[in-house]
Design a protein around this ligand. Structure first.
Ligand code: F0G
Length: 425
């Protein structure tokens, strides 16, 4: 193990080239009970740092020396919803969703971007960069704008949804459309960060993951510190899986929760290198997928950078990986919508995965399950409209989706009588 100072601008270990962890000697004076009380009290405070559902838990991510320098958009504080139709669809008695799409830029990335950009400012960066399937870039663009930093986002050309692209443009980042896929963009931005002054804000940056830990911390607080049986999330570049594993490890070690929930990571079948690794006998090397395919573009990733940390998270939580088809994702998304919740396609992989795992008896019908919806419904309207009008999959070279839960619009002439007749009013 190599120790590096918190102020160093490095993303990988100089000795083994592996990714880095932020590690702390936590204050042993304060008990978990005292911290819990403090976290709760801050909900009544008007101080910006306490209004944030990330920084409210700052004793569990104590890397910031000067709290006045925190870059925040009052992120986190996301709700947990009961989802009756989704539970029934999956074959469970109960199912809850923690909706990270209710963040300021509409995805879970904000939890990690507030910490990543705060660290960028702390180390004196003036320009930040990331490769992205759309959400990281939208989030980074917003937080960089708040901090007055230049932002460069590298995205695979024509492969990210308009909702996300529009955010990066509106928040003033320089969008660079790479003629290649996400993995090409990721490789290039890593090389550029090594050779230039750009500060890298992908999830290989360990300070991003510190913020993403709070998704789990807040979830446990919402569960009154009683861990569920399962936490289910979609897997792409695997930063979130890594952050969840680290959060759960720290929370059990520090006595915040007294049992370990199991993580279930769900991947799209056409972009499932982590699943392939999980089911293979040899866990020593991930085999990248050269041309990953899925209409859930957020998780269209063939060479996830955080696979080793994610594997560690599975080992620590007795976790597992499942895959789901495009059809399963699309139908699950419509069911989540029918619960009045809604999410973007990648997030719906969770419900599809839970349905599979429940049918296989891996998740018991009485289990206490919380799935994380990673992005907002409005991120990818073309997908949703394509599904409900029966056109999903036609243009993307994918198998057309047969929408079992389509809710088609009807068109009528501008006549009250006709409307009454058609709608049987
Ligand atoms: N869900 C959504 C909505 C995402 O945007 C992502 C990743 C994931 C799930 C997967 O999370 O990478 O931590 O395993 N989006 C990244 C991006 C890659 O660039 O926005 P992960």
């Amino acid at each position: 193990m190599t120790d590096l100072a918190i102020t160093e601008r490095v993303y990988t270990c100089p000795r083994c080239s592996g990714l880095l962890d932020v590690s702390y000697t936590f204050d042993s004076e304060s008990s978990a009970a005292k911290h819990k009380q403090n976290f709760c009290l801050r909900k009544t405070s008007q101080a910006p740092i306490d209004r944030s559902g990330v920084w409210r838990f700052r004793e569990l991510l104590p890397f910031v020396n000067d709290p006045s320098k925190v870059v925040s958009l009052a992120e986190g504080n996301t709700p947990i919803y009961d989802a009756i139709r989704s539970a029934k669809y999956a074959g469970l008695d109960l199912l809850r969703f923690k909706h990270q799409g209710m963040n300021p830029t509409g995805s879970f990335k904000d939890n990690g971007m507030t910490t990543g950009v705060t660290q960028a400012v702390a180390v004196g960066a003036t320009a930040v960069a990331c490769a992205s399937t759309g959400n990281t870039s939208a989030s980074m663009a917003a937080y960089a704008a708040r901090a007055g930093l230049r932002a460069f986002v590298f995205i695979p050309a024509d492969q990210i949804s308009y909702g996300k692209l529009s955010q990066s443009l509106e928040y003033g980042s320089q969008v660079v459309e790479i003629e290649g896929n996400f993995d090409d963009a990721m490789r290039l931005v890593r090389e550029l960060a090594d050779e230039t002054d750009l500060y890298l804000l992908n999830s290989i940056n360990p300070f991003r993951l510190e913020g993403q830990k709070t998704i789990i911390i807040e979830m446990m607080e919402q569960c009154e510190w009683q861990a569920p049986d399962w936490i289910v999330l979609p897997g792409g570049n695997l930063g979130n899986t890594s952050a969840f594993g680290k959060a759960l490890h720290e929370m059990t070690t520090l006595g915040f929760i007294d049992r370990m929930p199991r993580l279930a990571v769900i991947q799209a079948e056409g972009a499932s290198p982590f699943y392939q690794l999980f089911i293979s006998a040899d866990h020593s090397q991930l085999q990248p997928v050269a041309t990953p395919q899925t209409m859930a573009t957020a998780i269209r990733i063939g060479n996830p950078v955080s696979w080793k940390k994610a594997l560690r998270a599975l080992q620590c939580t007795n976790g597992l990986v499942e895959i789901v088809t495009e059809q399963e994702i699309a139908d699950a998304k419509a069911i989540i919508g029918a619960d009045g919740i809604g999410c973007e396609p990648a997030s719906a992989a969770t419900l599809a995965g839970i349905k599979r795992l429940a049918a296989a008896g891996v998740i018991e019908s009485s289990a206490n399950v919380i799935a994380v919806l990673t992005g907002n419904l409005l991120k990818d309207p073309s997908y949703t409209i394509g599904y409900h009008t029966g056109n999903l999959g036609d243009e993307s070279g994918q198998q057309p989706i047969n929408p079992a839960f389509a809710n088609r619009p009807v068109r009528v002439s501008a006549s009250k009588d006709q409307i009454k007749q058609m709608l049987e009013l």
